[in-house]
Write a protein that binds this ligand. Structure first.
Ligand SMILES: [Zn+2]
Length: 136
C-alpha cells in the first residue's frame, strides 16, 4: 500500500509572494524601510517601526545565529515523521530579523544558542524553495 505524505507548504499571498519568488531563485530577501533603515520579517504592507508604506525588498546576507532552537523527536505531521529527529530554530539574521527554519546538514547534538548559521535553500519545485539554515 502506498502512502501519500502531503507536506504542508507555504501558501503565498500578494504581500509574501516576493519573498517566495526570490527564494525559488536562491535569493533571500527581507523587507527594508528606506525611511528608517529597519529590516523586517515576516512581510507586511508597512514598516512596523515608523509606519512608512514605502517598504521595499532587499537582499539579505543569509547570515545569522541561532537565537533559540528545539530538537523535535515527535513529528508535527506525517511528512516530518520521515525526517525525525529534526531541529527547528529561531534564527536571528545579521539584519536583525528573526525567522523560523529547520537547521539542516548539521550534527543535532552540536547545535547551540549563538551558533553562526547560513541560509541554504531546500528546493521543493520550480516555484518554491524553503529557506533553511545550516552551520556557517
Ligand atoms: Zn521605517
Amino acid at each position: 500500500m502506498m502512502t501519500n505524505l502531503q507536506r504542508p507548504l507555504p501558501q503565498p499571498t500578494d504581500i509574501t509572494q516576493p519573498y517566495w519568488s526570490a527564494a525559488a531563485k536562491g535569493q533571500l530577501v527581507y523587507q527594508h524601510c528606506p525611511d528608517c533603515q529597519h529590516w523586517q520579517f515576516y512581510p507586511r504592507a508597512f514598516c512596523v517601526r515608523c509606519g512608512s508604506d514605502a517598504i521595499q525588498w532587499g537582499e539579505a546576507s543569509g547570515e545569522g545565529v541561532i537565537y533559540t532552537f528545539t530538537i523535535n523527536r515527535r513529528a508535527a505531521n506525517a511528512f516530518m515523521k520521515t525526517r525525525l529527529p529534526y531541529a527547528v530554530a529561531m534564527v536571528q539574521t545579521s539584519e536583525g530579523v528573526k525567522t523560523m527554519a529547520n537547521i539542516v546538514n548539521a550534527d543535532l547534538d552540536s547545535l547551540y544558542i549563538g551558533m553562526p548559521v547560513r541560509v541554504v535553500f531546500e528546493q521543493i519545485n520550480d516555484d518554491l524553495a524553503l529557506p533553511q539554515f545550516q552551520p556557517a
